[in-house]
Design a protein around this ligand. Structure first.
Ligand SMILES: C[S@@+](CC[C@H](N)C(=O)[O-])C[C@H]1O[C@@H](n2cnc3c(N)ncnc32)[C@H](O)[C@@H]1O
Length: 431
């Protein structure tokens, strides 16, 4: 029998493909889900294993070192057979260990028969010693967190600067290792929140309103998004809570003139247009031409009619525009460390050195945006990261340089506190 619809075997193949082609895991996961005829349970298991192995990669390799020499250097099929098996034994309660061992051994049979008894022995030892895995030395606490929760040490150090206690840091790292509930934003240009709620509930979708976030709805159970017709017709959009709050804190009024400096694919632009009830004007810029087209497509889908999409490097916005703005939104390019829960690859793809060029760009963008504010105008600076150097440090340095502006509000959204992606939102006001 082949293994085409076997979730465990396919998770090994997916991980091999991600490594071989250096692909984004979400693209490969979606490709496999489309290609294979998994049952509903197997879809869940396949997705959990692929993301779980990526999220816990360095911990799994740390444990495997006790059983295999240089596990990260092994051939991909062997390495991922061991990692997916260990992940299931260590992290998944509802999968019997004997089934994991059998599947692992069966998979290896197809690659190299000579390795079968070796893999069998390693997996049996792993099952026998499963109570030992989590005994990571705690003498150096940051190092402990880095191993136990699989984060490069520099990320643990960066996050340690934004919390006050070891417990808070651990809680943050734990929260970013598991996905949170999906939220959507109602598009009030196309339907009311009440109508959307009623329609979704009539289809048996368990969805609820969210306190203190007017335009958000949250799915209480995992809901296959392809089932939701309202997403295709632009009546709502998948958007994380922090991202929706950016628009709500910006709170633009009809007739405002707005600059969205880094706008693609247009998620927040269309939210601003709906908050302005399609009255006023939004200039939505992006430095990448192909992404400017995404802004245009989002606006058509959302029926946002007051948006002009512009191909522009916004570090030069001040010389491009002659007018000043009531509201400038700078949803800055950033390291993305706040969205690790949904994109665990970020842990391994981002490097500490990347922060230098990113913070330079953020500094140039914010100083340009501030110059374009009208008197009493507001600049919203937002990112989907939690690092102080990309958030508070950028905003404070801008304020220190220019005494015509002041900080009106600042909010850091922590995934463990709010069960959503990490975000930072600052509101700067011009005198
Ligand atoms: C965080 S994303 C923006 C997301 C968008 N605001 C939304 O809600 O859909 C950052 C965007 O900044 C753009 N970008 C990067 N450097 C830029 C620059 N110098 N000028 C304008 N856009 C830039 C990137 O192409 C990317 O689309």
């Amino acid at each position: 029998m082949g293994d085409k619809s076997n979730a465990r075997a396919q998770s090994i193949r997916a991980l091999m493909q991600i490594e071989r082609n250096n692909s984004y895991s979400n693209l490969v996961v979606n490709e496999f889900l489309k290609k294979h005829d998994f049952s509903k349970e197997d879809k869940g298991l396949f997705t959990k294993i692929v993301y779980g192995v990526i999220a816990n990669k360095s911990f799994l390799l740390w444990v495997l070192k006790k059983y295999v020499k240089r596990p990260h250097k092994q051939q991909a099929w062997l390495k991922y057979t061991l990692m997916t098996s260990l992940y299931q034994i260590a992290f998944l309660d509802n999968v019997p260990d004997y089934a994991v061992v059998n599947e692992g051994v069966n998979f290896v049979k197809r690659y190299n028969y000579k390795k079968v008894s070796f893999v069998n022995a390693v997996l049996r030892n792993i099952v026998r010693e499963k109570d030992e895995f989590f005994k990571v030395p705690t003498d150096d606490f940051l190092q402990y967190l880095s191993i136990r929760y699989s984060y490069p040490i520099w990320i643990v150090e960066e996050f340690s600067k934004v919390v006050s206690t070891n417990e808070q840091l651990e809680s943050l790292l734990v929260a970013m290792n598991s996905s949170h509930k999906t939220t959507i934003r109602v598009n009030t240009l196309k339907n009311s929140k009440q109508d959307l709620l009623t329609n979704l509930r009539e289809k048996g979708i368990d969805v609820a309103t969210v306190d203190k976030c007017e335009d958000a709805l949250v799915f209480n159970t995992s809901t296959p998004l392809q089932r939701i017709e309202e997403l295709k017709s632009g009546k709502c959009f998948v958007q994380s809570l922090g991202s929706i709050l950016v628009g709500e804190i910006a709170n633009p009024k009809p007739k405002d003139v707005v600059l969205d400096m880094c706008a693609a694919p247009g998620t927040k632009t269309t939210h601003l247009a709906q908050l302005m009830n399609n009255v006023g004007k939004i200039y939505a810029c992006d430095v990448h031409k192909h992404r400017v087209n995404l802004i245009k497509e989002s606006c058509i889908q959302a029926d946002a009619q007051i948006v002009e999409a512009i191909h522009l490097d916004s570090t030069k916005a001040n010389s491009y525009f002659t007018k000043k703005f009531d509201l400038v939104l700078l949803d800055a390019p950033c390291s993305g460390l706040g969205v690790i829960a949904n994109k665990p690859d970020i842990k391994w793809n981002k490097k500490k050195d990347d922060l230098k060029s990113i913070t330079k760009l953020q500094t140039d963008l914010i100083s340009n945006g501030i110059k374009l504010l009208k008197s009493k105008g507001t600049l919203i600076y937002s990112t989907c990261t939690l690092t102080k150097s990309e958030n508070e440090d950028i905003v404070n340095a801008a304020i220190k340089k220019d005494n015509s502006i002041s900080l009106k509000s600042e909010r850091r959204i922590l995934p463990d506190k709010e069960n959503t992606d990490g975000f930072y939102i600052a509101e700067i006001q011009k005198k």
